[in-house]
Design a binder for this molecule. Sequence first.
Ligand code: FAD
Length: 459
Amino acid sequence: MSATAANTYDIVILGGGSGGYACALRAAELGLSVALVEKGKLGGTCLHMGCIPTKALLHAAEVADTARDGAQFGVKTTFESVDMSGVNAYKDGVIGRLYKGLQGLVKSKSIEYVEGEGRLVAKNTVEVAGRQLVGKNVVLATGSYAKSLPGLDITGRIMTSEQALFLDFVPPRVVVLGGGVIGVEFASVFKSFGSEVTIIEALPRLVAAEDEAISKQLERSFRKRKINFKTGVKFSGVTQTGDVVSVSLESGEPIEADLLLVAVGRGPVTAGLGYEEAGVTVDRGFVLANERCQTNIEGIYAVGDIVPGLQLAHRGFAQGIFVAEQIAGLNPPVIDEMGIPRVTYCDPEIASIGYTETQAKAKFGEIETYDYNLGGNGKSQILATTGFIKLVRQKDGPVVGVHMIGARMGEQVGEAQLIYNWEALPSDVAQLIHAHPTQNEALGEAHLALAGKPLHAHA
Ligand SMILES: Cc1cc2nc3c(=O)[nH]c(=O)nc-3n(C[C@H](O)[C@H](O)[C@H](O)COP(=O)(O)OP(=O)(O)OC[C@H]3O[C@@H](n4cnc5c(N)ncnc54)[C@H](O)[C@@H]3O)c2cc1C
């Protein structure tokens, strides 16, 4: 299965982000001929404007907090200030090395990398600068952009994450509009860098997609960190005078700040790309695809943020790999959206998989839950973090949800996802030995308790 003629491929992929490039790499591994079209930088949002830069900022934030808090551990440290040029150099260094590696990887796989803006001009054809790339299959992977609200212009000190990643100063006062994943991560960074932060969230709680108990604990921790937040409150407008923004709320309350970060979600990049003209069903901008990532048009697939569901890089990777294998005839198993791990990297970190308590009740009827408090976990005490691991299981059945909050809990999601995806019973996990003293042990202890034999916990 290789290219039959110039500009004809087994797969033409539009968009070189997480979904698109993962598809290209796997397809090339499987011997398919591939053209990968990218108008910006290979790696897309995740590498250049999303996961990697934000996690670098969050790590710099952790370093700042460590410097502040040394005395707690008997170490004499002082926090002086955050030098944004240094932070950006560190962040850009990380991105640069990964970018170079990814470019090398794509080159080494004999993928035809086509730079430029592509458009679907027929069911099997993508056009880039007058050049027609014909695919036996076409994969749409054009990703997402930071949304704003109607009438809220992104300009000056009113920014989305796309501008906030390049700040060369630490704003003294920040209002974050939106208490979802991106909002709370930036709020956490700004607070650690020394800003006074207020989050505005219209829904009744922060990180509203998570289990309610997690939201409550995050709110408790943010209160302790003196990160202000207002939930159940609607934004009504903002004015900008020089470098000052005045945010008003429907409650009538004004908040003055030096930066308004708009973090109200991400919309699909699909407009004007020829999708609808080619007959692809699009709903509110999103491309609809079935569980095998097929659109309604035979031979056209869609992956990543343009498909409704979790907007996460590893979902994009998984869908990209899936589509390559599907096209190669490997009949890969369908991806369970609930089995995709979710991590929010604020301090404290949140990590979860599967169903929340409310979702599990609705889906399975009778359930049991158990909260293991990190207070009983040696390593968490050493790190001076608080939080818990909440397990949700079907009554007398497998674990269907794991919800964790506390420093570094993102690192625990690997085992949690095995537990969920392998439909483990609490007793299956209870017999596995978890190293002491690790935070991972807390996951073991939670299952010991749910299996009816608690160790460092009350039943
Ligand atoms: C601030 C922030 C933090 C995030 N943190 C995380 C995180 O920690 N973990 C996580 O899993 N996810 C995170 N995400 C989400 C993650 O970045 C996305 O889910 C992921 O990038 C989606 O991959 P994608 O391939 O669908 O789209 P994208 O990565 O957006 O890639 C789409 C690509 O298509 C290109 N393109 C678009 N139109 C065209 C065209 N017409 N022609 C050619 N090329 C085109 C774009 O230039 C882009 O490179 C974060 C996102 C943001 C914004």
